[in-house]
Design a protein around this ligand. Structure first.
Ligand SMILES: [Zn+2]
Length: 345
């Protein structure tokens, strides 16, 4: 049997939601991951340090007994965010990053930023204190085609922001295009990118060929095959500017399987198995630890986890549940479209 031992991984972009969904899904992350950057797009969003502290308490209270898991909290940037509150949150050790959602970009982002000028005082303070900005890198202007939104964001928003405030550390989250990969590679400093599990596996055909498949719909939406290949090359390269952020985003099935289904793919259950499969296909199992366990902490100024996990390759496919049942309803688990033989113990 083939085995692989790695430092325990972290997830640098995770949606845990709240209430019954939080309680139903947290164990799928805490089973394998030591830490995760927790997205603040609740209803209402996590805007202040006090909101983040209360949300962190709810997450810790929902943890299965005996699991050790550290939620790394983020604040949802608005045009009214108070720089003093952000700085206090950072100093107290509670806040790991601030999240920029262009208004309307994804689930619960209508309170996001419309005019970046209004957020400049906060961004300047973050640059000063070394607090990273996580960005959902898509423009939301209706004229721009949904498949071009990341590339247009880089050109019209991100690049200008980086020129204006080069000292600000920016994580371009869930990169989905070759344009995003090239842009990060061309940067000299203060820019890194997270890559999801599912964007390494599906391209846009998964959503649209043979019928509309809502469980493959996410934002940023999966792109053409050449983009998927660029993501795979970057993730498996060992380049420390690229690391895992699953963007695992649970929605109960009725919210996905309807006329206007929500964006989000639930991958926490089988992410490590999917990644081992992808890295093995790319002959890069020796780079998996950098992607899941080393490059992310280095970027966020944290130590890698001391604890190790072992992955084993089985002769028979691992039997993952197709749904995660929660008190709020069932959530469909990501189906990579091929059997998975690697199991994280
Ligand atoms: Zn997300």
């Amino acid at each position: 049997m083939k085995t692989l031992t790695l430092r325990r991984p972290d997830d640098w972009h995770l949606h845990l939601r709240d209430g019954a969904v939080l309680e139903g899904v947290i164990g799928d992350s805490s089973r394998h991951f030591a830490r995760a950057i927790i997205m603040p797009n609740l209803v209402p969003p996590v805007v202040t340090t006090a909101d983040a502290r209360a949300y962190r308490d709810r997450i810790l209270a929902a943890l299965p007994a005996g699991d050790r898991f550290e939620p790394l909290m983020t604040l949802y940037l608005t045009e009214h965010t108070d720089p003093r509150d952000v700085e206090e949150g950072r100093k107290s050790g509670l806040i790991t990053a601030v999240k920029l959602y262009p208004a309307g970009a994804t689930t619960n982002s209508h309170g996001g930023v419309r005019d970046l000028d209004k957020a400049m005082p906060v961004l300047e303070r973050m640059a000063k204190i070394g607090l990273p900005l996580c960005v959902h890198g898509e423009v939301t202007t209706p004229e721009v085609d949904i498949f071009d939104r990341e590339a247009v964001f880089i050109e019209t928003v991100l690049d200008l922001l980086r020129r204006r405030l080069p000292e600000l550390k920016i994580t371009m989250e869930h990169v989905t295009t070759a344009d995003g990969i090239d842009y990060i590679k061309s940067s000299k400093s203060n820019l890194a990118g997270s890559i999801t599990t599912h964007h390494l596996i599906i391209n846009r055909n998964a959503i649209l060929v043979g019928g509309i498949r809502p469980h493959y719909y996410c934002l940023p939406v999966a792109k053409r095959e050449n983009h998927r290949l660029a993501l795979r090359a970057a993730a498996t390269s060992g380049d420390s500017r690229f690391f895992l952020g699953t963007d695992s985003a649970p929605h109960v099935d009725p919210l996905k399987e309807c006329a206007c289904g929500c964006a989000g793919i639930y991958t926490s259950v089988n992410t490590m198995s999917c990644l081992a499969h992808v890295f093995e296909q790319e002959n890069a199992l020796d780079k998996l630890e950098a992607f899941t366990s080393l490059s992310g902490p280095a970027w966020y100024g944290l130590k890698p986890n001391e604890e190790m996990i072992t992955l084993e390759k089985r002769d028979q496919p691992v039997d993952f549940p197709s749904k995660r049942d929660t008190e709020a309803g069932a959530i469909t688990v990501f189906d990579p479209g091929f059997p998975l033989y690697w199991e994280a113990l």
